[in-house]
Design a protein around this ligand. Structure first.
Ligand code: KIV
Length: 288
């Protein structure tokens, strides 16, 4: 297994023009599969509010939710650099609250780093975390926690004023000590311009080809949702949703038709077979 990425290695990757790969994960199996697939970093995004908790936005997600899911991800991907999202309002009230929430994600969730949405207005909080030894990733462009201020999930940086504000915010995050910045739904020329002006990596999602890395949501790559809504900036690599639905339908039919359990699934008296390695789906985790 290769060594986990570090913030220093990430900067070198930018300099060497080696793309950085990031995928979200929210639980033990998704993290384990992402690690096995060789991803550079795993983001425990607060997108879990939408994709695994069924909320319409990320706003209801709490620090407790993030700790719970990050902890499961860390059990599955102990050798991968893990970023945990700071949820809505956990880094706006005061530096003290910010540090306490960040500490919980690191100590209880076992995250390697945290991510926050916003620019110059949260630079002080970013700096406080960095000073406390917490690596911070920024997030600019479409920032879903501000969806009601932005008036919807719209592409950002379309005019000169907003492009210039995005650059100023990115520079403020870099100055505050952030190790990377996510650019979400930003026009390609603006993302290219920001990427060329920063010494830290930009990680794009719907921000074009010039970013230093790319991040996608696990459930989008896999079409793991019902109904799945296609998005222009996503490439899907599998249709897991249809596979799961079909498999469960077959199971239901098999039980109804008494085809399952079959001879090979039942225990006979005097059976010599060893105990199952894991009672249910997964093998034992680590880190706890
Ligand atoms: O929450 C999340 O998954 C994110 C990515 C979309 C970057 O912030």
């Amino acid at each position: 297994m290769s060594k986990p990425l570090t913030v220093t290695k990430m900067k070198q990757m930018k300099q060497n023009k080696e793309p950085i790969t990031v995928v979200t994960a929210y639980d033990y199996p998704s993290a384990r599969l992402a690690e096995e697939a060789g991803v550079d970093m795993i983001l425990v995004g607060d997108s879990l509010g939408n994709v695994v908790l069924g909320y319409d936005t990320t706003i209801p997600v709490t620090v407790d939710d993030m700790v719970y899911h990050t902890r499961a991800v860390a059990r599955g991907a102990g050798s991968t650099f893990i970023i945990a999202d700071m949820p809505f309002m956990s880094y706006h009230v005061s530096k003290e609250e910010t540090l306490r929430a960040a500490a919980r994600l690191m100590q209880e969730g076992h995250a390697t780093s945290i991510k926050v949405e916003g620019g110059a207005e949260i630079a002080q909080e970013v700096q406080a975390c960095v000073r406390a030894g917490i690596p911070v990733m920024g997030h600019l462009g479409l920032t879903p926690q501000s969806v009601h201020m932005l008036g919807g999930y719209r592409v950002q940086g379309k005019d000169e004023a907003s492009a210039s504000k995005l650059l100023d915010d990115a520079l403020a995050l870099e100055q505050a000590g952030a190790f990377a910045v996510v650019l979400e739904l930003v026009t390609e020329p603006v993302a290219d311009m920001i990427s060329s002006r920063l010494s830290i990596p930009t990680i794009g999602i719907g921000a074009g080809r010039g970013c230093d890395g790319q991040v996608l949501v696990y459930h989008d790559i896999l079409q793991y949702a019902s109904p799945y809504q296609p998005k222009k900036f996503v490439k899907t690599y599998a249709d897991v949703g249809s596979t799961i639905r079909g498999a469960i339908r077959s199971y239901v039919e098999d039980v109804k038709e008494r085809r399952f359990p079959a001879e090979e699934h039942v225990f006979a008296p005097g059976e010599t077979r060893q105990a199952e390695p894991a009672l249910y789906g997964a093998a034992k985790g680590n880190k706890e």
